[in-house]
Design a protein around this ligand. Sequence first.
Ligand SMILES: O=C(O)CCC(=O)C(=O)O
Ligand SMILES: [Fe+2]
Length: 209
Amino acid sequence: MGHLFEAIDFVENPLYEKIISDIAKQRFSITDDFFSLEEVDLLRQSLFERHAEDGFKKAAIGNKLNETIVKSIRGDLIFWMDETKANTEENLFFNKINSLVSYLNKTCFLGILHKEFHYAIYPKGTFYKKHIDTFQNDDRRKLSFVCYLNEDGWLPENGGELVLYLEHEEKIIYPLPGRVVIFESQIIEHEVKPVNSERLSITGWLKTR
Ligand SMILES: O=C(O)CCC(=O)C(=O)O
Ligand SMILES: [Fe+2]
């Protein structure tokens, strides 16, 4: 007779454990080198390819039910990624995301069932005013995810800092290549400061139901 409980094929991942404990403690987590500079270069090329296909549009405020372009609030251009039509570079991206999601679901019972990601280009002079990532008519977004695709050597004077408005402090985060910021979508207000030099990223949400 076989064992009642087979050993579960589970290997603890120190990086994911760090992300989980950071979020539990402070509701956000910053990981430098989540993607290597080589991976960032590939993803940046892929962003430019999608842009050349003319796939980017002005970002809107709110979801499909409540769509208005408000330049005074955000000025980025976005392109929604489609995992079913992913190119090689995007597959690399989604493989990492899926590995993180499956770990979160196994260890935190977060029940992440859906995800959505878009590329974002913030042209010089644009910003995204202080906001929260959940919509009034949709609270499925649990974790927000941002990954920066800027060139190596990003300078503070380029602007475009992400500011997280925490209970007791404002956390300023530079959009360094390969850096990933994850935070609780329903709780953390945040802002992208005005950009002085084109700023590139992938932003996404891990969602329930
Ligand atoms: O790019 C960032 O640092 C944050 C972007 C953001 O807040 C959003 O797209 O909702
Ligand atoms: Fe946001």
